[in-house]
Design a protein around this ligand. Structure first.
Ligand code: IDP
Ligand code: MG
Length: 154
């Protein structure tokens, strides 16, 4: 395991599940070299959604965001890898798909900020909090991949 190995939380939001983009989105992150260490489908309730988006509680879009994320099931994934937090954020693209670079998930697959398909933790600290909201430690089984030396040097 390289020294800067990190874990981050990714959610495929209801729009991604409904549009049949779960495989396409996870595929991009998996192909980049990130390791899936946990994954499940779940239906978020308002309490969980409010907790997950607590930082945005005072923002005008908060109620709509909670409403949207709880309308239909989501996929929660924990990804691990060298600099996983930043790699996922950059592969996602900026929050507003209009500004997101082509080549990113939002830049290629989405058109509006309220339907931007994917969530990714924005820091190592947030990642730890978010992972523990979605997964119990026994839901994250450790395993090694023999391909690792072909993805990172050390
Ligand atoms: P992020 O998902 O890129 O980290 P945040 O600023 O953390 O973006 O916002 C969380 C989510 O809230 C966004 O992904 C988006 O779905 C929604 N959101 C953020 N800003 C707006 C807005 O101005 N209008 C509607 N929805 C927004
Ligand atoms: Mg965010």
């Amino acid at each position: 395991m390289s020294a800067d190995t990190q874990r981050t939380l990714v959610l495929i939001k209801p729009d991604g599940v409904q549009r049949g983009l779960v495989g396409a989105i996870i595929s991009r992150l998996e192909a980049r070299g990130l390791k899936i260490v946990a994954m499940k489908m779940l239906q978020m309730d308002r309490e969980m959604a409010s907790q997950h988006y607590d930082v945005h509680r005072q923002r005008p879009f908060f109620q709509g965001l909670v409403e949207f994320i709880t309308t239909s099931p989501i996929i929660a994934v924990v990804l691990e890898g060298s600099n996983a937090v930043e790699l996922v954020r950059r592969s996602m693209g900026t929050t507003d798909p209009v500004q997101a670079e082509p080549g990113t998930i939002r830049g290629d697959l989405a058109v509006e900020i309220g339907r931007n398909l994917i969530h990714g933790s924005d820091s190592l600290e947030t990642a730890a909090t978010e992972i523990s909201l979605f997964f119990k430690s026994e839901e994250i089984p450790g395993y090694t991949r023999s391909v690792e030396p072909w993805i990172t040097e050390s």
